[in-house]
Design a binder for this molecule. Structure first.
Ligand SMILES: NC(=O)c1ccc[n+]([C@@H]2O[C@H](COP(=O)([O-])OP(=O)(O)OC[C@H]3O[C@@H](n4cnc5c(N)ncnc54)[C@H](O)[C@@H]3O)[C@@H](O)[C@H]2O)c1
Length: 329
């Protein structure tokens, strides 16, 4: 299989690439991003990488610097041998809210460029699209299912909802073989805060564990729908095996997660690392972030996802322990 990952330089793109490198059916991986890709950025690196991979039987990795808003460049990226595309490239929530035109250009128009290129140059290829619970907002039922209508209350959520509809329709037409995975908020992200409105959910755990102050900008009673980077990455990989599954009318799946209030997250941190760690959190409500995050739902019924083989984390404490093991020891 030749697999393309858009947003290949991003947080999930890099993790997914590391997993797919060892997937028995994956022979070639192309990572595309508007940013320069770490590790594989020049031809010399790529040649060395290919030689090493032939020796170890890993997939070959090629990186391409491509801006999805450039339809011509996207056309050149898609080759007929591509069997599956993970579409992860996006302008994330707070940035898409602050920069409306950029969000529309990348999240909506960029997705359309990609779908058109696959339609014409790799017809019927599998497309796994990373969507978000931000497609929901406003007055919602107590529990969200795969059939709940989308009612986004942010530009990011609206752009994701538009893209979801296209994935469904391009699939109905036989242009692609698409599936939409709505990801929970991914915590604990290593590294620095990003431009997602949910970035604080990682910061309030990560920074205190590093002995640094973190700001919690939302009411601690706010419930969130969460999954670890490991679980989300494993679920992205699992989606590859569903290429022949008959989704019938609805190709959109809410991925499994855990529901926790911010308060419950902090209590887990206290149990894992003590009150002195949690004391690094400062509570400073910020309206712009609270408004976006509070519009997102936190209770999902995910029976279909579980029946299809997607998994969820066991507990938030497990998520914190995994973060410590992978990043702090
Ligand atoms: N991490 C989460 O909590 C979460 C939750 C729900 C959905 N998602 C979705 O999952 C996907 C991956 O998320 P992530 O956390 O890895 O985000 P990320 O910001 O780390 O990665 C996104 C990547 O997209 C790239 N990109 C942006 N504009 C581009 C363009 N014009 N052309 C090509 N590449 C471009 C960025 O350079 C970046 O590397 C995104 O689509 C995001 O909306 C993430």
């Amino acid at each position: 299989m030749h697999i393309l990952i858009t947003g290949g330089a991003g947080f999930l793109g890099q993790r997914l690439a590391r997993q797919l490198l060892h997937h028995p059916q994956v022979k070639r991986l192309t990572l595309a991003d508007v940013m320069t890709l770490p590790n594989f950025q020049n031809t010399a690196d790529q040649a060395a990488n290919q030689a090493a991979n032939q020796a170890t039987d890993q997939a070959t990795i090629v990186s391409r610097q491509v801006d999805l808003t450039n339809a011509k460049a996207v056309k050149a990226l898609i080759t007929p041998d591509i069997t599956a595309v993970y579409h992860l490239a996006a302008v994330v929530s707070s940035q898409a809210e602050a920069k409306f035109d950029l969000g529309v250009a990348v999240n909506a128009d960029g997705t359309r460029n990609l779908l058109e290129a696959i339609r014409h140059q790799a017809t019927g290829a599998q497309l796994i699209f990373a969507s978000s619970l931000a497609v929901f907002g406003g007055e919602l039922p107590d529990v969200i299912t795969d059939k709940t209508a989308v009612t986004p209350q942010s530009s990011y959520g609206t752009q994701k909802a538009i893209a979801e509809l296209w994935v469904n329709d391009y699939t109905r037409k036989g242009f692609i073989n698409g599936v939409v995975l709505r990801l929970p908020t991914v915590v604990v992200r290593p590294g620095k805060p990003n431009a997602a409105a949910s970035s604080f959910a990682s910061s309030i755990i990560r920074e205190p564990l590093n002995g640094q102050a973190a700001i919690c900008p939302v009411d601690t009673r706010l419930p969130l729908w969460l999954a670890s980077p490991e679980t989300v990455t494993a679920n992205l990989v699992h989606a590859l095996s569903l290429s022949n599954y008959n989704f019938e009318a609805n190709r959109t799946i809410n991925l499994p997660g855990l529901t926790l209030t911010v308060q419950a997250m902090v209590e887990s941190l206290v149990r894992v690392s003590g009150q002195s760690t949690a004391d690094f959190i400062q509570y400073e409500p910020e309206e712009s972030i609270s408004r976006i995050v509070a519009s997102w739902p936190s209770q999902f019924e995910v029976n279909r996802a579980i029946a299809l083989g997607f998994t969820r984390d066991r507990s938030f404490e497990d998520i914190i322990h995994a973060f410590i093991k992978d990043n702090l020891t």
